[in-house]
Design a protein around this ligand. Structure first.
Ligand SMILES: Nc1ncnc2c1ncn2[C@@H]1O[C@H](COP(=O)(O)OP(=O)(O)OP(=O)(O)O)[C@@H](O)[C@H]1O
Length: 374
């Protein structure tokens, strides 16, 4: 096991693409860490540079305190699982798993004992005589994981390990992967472009854009308090409502609602500042009882209802554009209903120049006229 310390890491490919741009990153020992971001942001390049499969143009990589920046992959003591698993087609499961030990010239008996142990850990014992082509995608993925862990590396690097699986198997494999990582406690960095996967699996997530980290935090932190509009738009299964407004008289008027600017940031965003209010559909409550816009409620007409399973996404068309609200199954309003989206206290975020200013919690809890939830 080992921690990872990356400083000023830059990768410029021949041809000039700057895939990593002076990146700093610390991954703690035993951590399950996700690199998340859209296609082309540099996730795979970062993983391959940690593994030694790409050379750094500049900067340093330390594993457990020792500088490995110029070491070849074989001397870094990392296990990597690729997106396509890269199994050898002509040899059976057990030989595939034992392969890294053959490279390390372990004795034959030792090789097979350890390969059997790894196969057992991943529930592959009944399949060990088959060739990769005779396995399902999920089974191939487990063979690839077993092969990576048989050599007992200090660090696991996983490049989109679940992307070849269908939706159902993916969920099962996700749980199994988390269980395995908890059991082994090996420092693990995995790449994904799927925000739900990163939120579900990781202890911490680095959200990347154009070779840089835009936010680093726990799943709860990046979900609740995206540090900028890029992360706000990228994280979440239902997109965050992002509503532009302007500060006037220490309040933001946005989509018909008036949100008081909290005292502690009044100096930072004086009157006249253009801001964006961000609030997740999950943090809004729908109410048919007229709410007071001065309490921060967004009014509108219900236009679209999308069923999500246990809940529904309701779109309200209001004067500032559409606002989306998640409502519980069975309490969906009828299309055409006039209603209000009432933010829960502390859940409206303010962004200036694309960066988070603070939580613009309405000073008072939103008041609802004529009784209701108030
Ligand atoms: N071998 C290469 N030569 C030149 N440019 C490359 C090479 N590999 C990647 N790139 C470029 O570097 C940038 C980062 O690519 P990288 O594969 O790291 O992104 P990614 O975030 O993993 O994307 P994806 O999710 O699509 O795999 C992209 O602009 C890509 O086109």
């Amino acid at each position: 096991m080992a921690d990872i310390t990356i400083r000023g890491l830059t990768k410029v490919y021949p041809g000039g693409v700057r895939a990593l741009d002076a990146l700093d990153l610390d991954v703690a020992e035993g951590e399950f860490f996700a690199l998340l971001g859209p296609s082309g942001c540099g996730k795979t390049t970062l993983l391959r540079t940690i593994a030694g499969l790409e050379t750094a143009t500049d900067g340093t990589i330390r594993l457990a305190g020792s500088d490995v920046t110029r070491l070849p992959p074989g001397r870094r003591d990392v296990g990597m699982v690729f997106q396509d698993y890269a199994l050898f087609p002509h040899i059976n499961v057990l030989d595939n798993i034992a392969y890294p030990l053959r490279v390390k010239r372990a004795a034959r008996a030792d090789r097979y004992r350890r390969a059997k142990d790894a196969a057992g850990l991943l529930g592959l014992l009944g399949l060990d005589g088959r060739r990769p082509a005779e396995l399902s995608g999920g089974q191939q993925q487990r063979v690839a994981l077993a092969r990576a862990l048989v050599a007992e590396p200090r660090i696991f690097l996983l490049d989109e390990p679940l992307s070849n699986l269908d939706a159902r198997l993916r969920l099962e494999a996700r749980t199994q992967l988390k269980r395995l990582q908890l059991h082994l406690g090996v420092t693990t960095v995995f790449v994904t472009h799927d925000q739900a996967e990163a939120l579900a699996l990781a202890d911490r997530i680095a959200v990347m854009e154009a070779g840089r980290i835009r936010q680093l935090g726990t799943p709860v932190e990046v979900f609740r308090r995206p540090a900028n509009l890029f992360v706000a738009a990228f994280i979440g299964s239902t997109p965050m409502n992002l509503l532009p407004g302007t500060v006037r008289d220490a309040s933001v008027t946005v989509a018909g609602a008036r949100l008081p600017v909290p005292d502690d940031v009044r100096g930072e965003i004086p009157d006249g500042t253009d801001v964006v209010c961000g609030v997740r559909p999950e943090y809004l409550d729908f109410s048919e009882v007229p709410a007071d816009p001065a309490g921060g409620a967004f009014g509108g007409t219900v236009s679209v209802i999308e069923h999500l399973g246990g809940s529904s996404l309701v779109t309200l068309d209001g004067e500032g554009g559409p606002v989306r609200v998640v409502v519980a199954e069975g309490s969906e309003p009828e299309p055409g209903t006039e209603g209000w989206a009432v933010p829960r206290p502390g859940r409206v975020l303010l962004y200036r120049d694309g960066e988070l200013v603070t939580a613009a919690a309405p000073a008072m809890a939103p008041t609802i006229k004529d009784g209701g939830q108030g």
